[in-house]
Design a protein around this ligand. Structure first.
Ligand SMILES: C[S@@+](CC[C@H](N)C(=O)[O-])C[C@H]1O[C@@H](n2cnc3c(N)ncnc32)[C@H](O)[C@@H]1O
Length: 292
């Protein structure tokens, strides 16, 4: 029995590339994602990389173009079929595995199998048990590897509530981050979770991962089109601005998505936030002792 999430993605699979692969904004969005993702590419090509929630394979194909061995994985059978077809068309001489799996358990994969795990386009937001999903990503990540996960941003998701004059809904959404994916067909509606950066860091910490970097994307919401996107020089300047300001607090607030990069705790230690918190707790304890 298919879940509403699978039903929806199965249905849109054949149209997905028409909507997202060719649209100038979504192509710009992918370039913003890629210029950050590039910073985490493994230097050693020995291990494969995993594109989980690959959809039609837009990111995995780009990774293949950069020479990586890619395993494509998705919960939707139909999305995977399109991804496999795209691989055959674009790389007739190469093979890539396409494996149906849920990011919540990544059951078909071995521990520490991948040097990079990429989950683009809300996959973690669509996984109801995102803490489990984070732990499964951690399980399949090899030492020295990185996971680059893109999620819905909570503050970037408030506009629908403003448009509908729904103040109660806005308060609820900002408090708990849960919304409903409003597919046209009621049987295809499913919940999603929109994150704030601290929550991602905490969730990662519980899974044994450390948040090493986070960007807001995109800084400029040009989803309805803009002449700058069609002009090569302007587009390049916009991308430079995204690169320069994408990690700043105000960019995180503006963006509709957050792209977070994680490393294994044993590789990088506890991360600056956790260390700062520990130091503050130690200072607090010393002050208490002094006062007593
Ligand atoms: C918005 S699409 C993004 C596709 C692709 N990564 C991209 O950025 O173009 C989200 C994808 O996540 C998949 N998905 C949703 N929930 C999932 C889950 N729990 N585990 C794995 N894949 C999931 C959907 O089937 C869909 O292909």
């Amino acid at each position: 029995m298919l879940t509403p999430n699978q039903r929806y993605h199965d249905r849109v699979a054949s149209r997905y590339d028409d909507i997202y692969a060719k649209d100038p904004y979504w192509s710009y969005y992918r370039d913003v994602s890629w210029q950050d993702l590039k910073r985490s590419l493994p230097t050693d090509l020995a291990l494969p990389v995993l594109d989980v929630g690959c959809g039609t394979g837009l990111y995995g194909l780009r990774l293949m173009r950069s020479g990586f061995r890619v395993v494509f994985s998705d919960l939707s059978r139909k999305m995977l079929d399109v991804a496999a077809r795209n691989v055959r068309t674009q790389f007739p001489d190469r093979r890539a595995e396409a494996v149906q799996a849920d990011i919540t358990d990544l059951e078909p994969f071995d521990d520490r199998q991948f040097s990079l795990v990429v989950a683009q386009g809300d996959v973690l937001s669509f996984a109801l048990e995102w803490q489990r999903a984070m732990s499964s990503v951690r399980r399949v990540l090899a030492p020295g590897g990185r996971a680059v996960l893109s999620v819905d941003s909570r503050f970037g998701g408030v506009d629908p509530f403003l448009k509908q004059n729904d103040l109660d809904g806005l308060e609820d959404f900002l408090r708990c981050g849960t919304g409903e994916w409003l597919a046209d067909r009621p049987e295809e509606r499913f919940p999603f979770h929109a994150f704030v950066p601290d929550e991602l860091a905490r969730c990662a910490g519980r899974a044994g991962l450390v948040l090493v970097r986070i960007i807001g994307k995109t800084l400029f919401d040009l989803r309805h089109g803009h002449c700058w996107l069609d002009d090569t020089a302007s587009r390049r300047r916009l991308l430079a601005l995204e690169r320069r300001y994408g990690e700043t607090a105000f960019a995180l607030g503006r963006a509709h998505h957050l792209q977070a990069t994680f490393a294994l705790r044993e590789d990088v230690g506890e991360g600056e936030d956790a260390l700062r918190e520990k130091k503050a707790a130690r200072r607090g304890r010393r002050r208490k002792k002094g006062a007593g």
